[in-house]
Design a binder for this molecule. Structure first.
Ligand SMILES: *Cc1c(COP(=O)(O)O)cnc(C)c1O
Length: 392
């Protein structure tokens, strides 16, 4: 059968009607254990840490969206990063994007060294620097693109071309989602998501997933999933499965609104910088166009007037809730220095350009006029005071 379209797969894959009852919707199998017909004779499940039908439906759905056969769901995005890294052993080395997600930085820097796993952080937009960071014991390249919060773009295919046999490329595809970017098609071996963000899509559930098309890699990750047990419960799996059904619809709206926001901010003289890969002025716009089918829903910017004005704007918005996280239907604004990158040392943040005047927007799917109007109001109200700061 020809491969079905993306929206169809999101709604159908792993979600056949229940053979026992005809239930159209995958039920929430809220059970810890499964009764056996006789010792060792099961209907495919024996204990919900090892396998649960609601979770399996989610794994099938999300694997298919990335064009892969296998997935392992986890109780959070960080548990999924850890799950992806279960292919590593003491003595192995990771080459990671220098501006990886703060929680990933903490895991790689403060946890893995205790288990004998070292990480080099490198600007992966610079292929020569990436090549130079490779060691004899490098086993994993860890890519995040677009990066958080400055939306820099890394060339996945070019990094994948650097790997030698026995090395693997993992991509945190949380920001782009499979609707806009499919890393496995570009040569990556593993894709990881914080399903808390766009895949769940409603800011009501924390979760993660690791997807691959390689049976050996998947076997190692599935072993870790059961051995360590950081699995999502059936309700969490159900909420994520339900949310992901509308991914295509939501991503189109997120992007339409994000473009409007980026263009609006770009048109203002009182905004010093706008970061959105869809803007022609973005330094990696051409690469983003090649690698992604769309540019996503996150926009960052620096208003003139420094940190003081930025914090005032974050406090004033009403459609944009002041909250960490992203990818839900509602718009959120945050100050990355303290809210998402609190665990990253100050000098490192400064080096990455994550300074207190920076604001990150997760543009939701409310009406465009309300979203843009909310920002316009906050910018206008703080403008007069900003002139004062600029003189002071
Ligand atoms: C949120 C996030 C994570 C961590 O996921 P949790 O679900 O919060 O554990 C990892 N990577 C990226 C890019 C994220 O945005």
């Amino acid at each position: 059968m020809a491969t079905r379209g993306f929206a169809t797969r999101a709604i159908r894959t792993g979600q056949d009607p229940c053979s026992a009852t005809g239930s159209t919707i995958v039920p929430v199998y809220q059970t810890a254990t499964f009764t056996q017909d006789s010792v060792g004779v099961t209907k495919g499940y024996d204990y919900s840490r090892s396998g649960n039908p609601t979770r399996l439906a989610l794994e099938r759905q999300l694997a298919d969206l990335e064009g892969a056969r296998f997935a392992a769901a986890f109780g959070s995005g960080m548990a999924a990063v850890n799950g992806a890294c279960s292919i590593l052993a003491a003595g192995d080395h990771i080459v990671a994007t220098k501006d990886v997600y703060g929680g990933t930085y903490r895991l790689f820097s403060d946890v893995f060294p205790r288990y004998g796993i070292a990480t080099s952080y490198v600007d992966m937009c610079d292929l020569e620097a990436t090549r130079a960071a490779i060691r004899l014991n490098t086993k994993l390249f860890w890519i995040e693109t677009p990066t958080n919060p400055l939306l820099r773009i890394i060339d996945i295919a070019a990094v994948a071309a650097l790997k030698r046999p026995g090395q693997f490329v993992g991509v945190d595809n949380t920001f782009a989602t499979p609707y806009w970017q499919r890393p496995l098609e570009l040569g990556a071996d593993l894709v990881m998501h914080s399903t808390t963000k766009y895949l769940g899509g409603h800011s009501d559930v924390v979760g993660g997933i690791v997807i691959s098309d390689d049976p050996d890699l998947h076997a190692q990750i599935a072993f870790h999933q059961n051995a360590v047990g950081a699995v999502p419960g059936p309700w969490d799996a159900y909420l994520t499965l339900r949310g992901a059904k509308t991914l295509a619809l939501r991503m189109r709206e997120h992007e339409r609104n994000a473009r409007a926001v980026a263009n609006f901010l770009d048109s203002r003289d009182d905004v010093a910088a706008v970061y959105y890969p869809g803007l022609r002025s973005h330094p990696h716009h051409e690469l983003a166009k090649r690698q992604m089918r769309g540019f996503g829903g996150v926009v960052s910017f620096r208003p003139h007037g420094g940190a003081e004005r930025a914090l005032e704007i974050a406090k004033l918005t009403r459609i944009f809730n002041l909250a960490t996280s992203l990818g839900g239907v509602e718009s959120l604004i945050c100050s990355p220095t303290t809210m998402t990158h609190g665990s990253v040392p100050a000098e490192r943040k400064a080096e990455l350009g994550i300074t207190p005047d920076l604001l990150r927007l997760s543009v939701g799917i409310e009406d465009e006029a309300d979203i843009v109007g909310d920002l316009e109001h906050a910018l206008d109200v703080t403008l007069a005071a900003a002139r004062v700061y600029a003189i002071a």
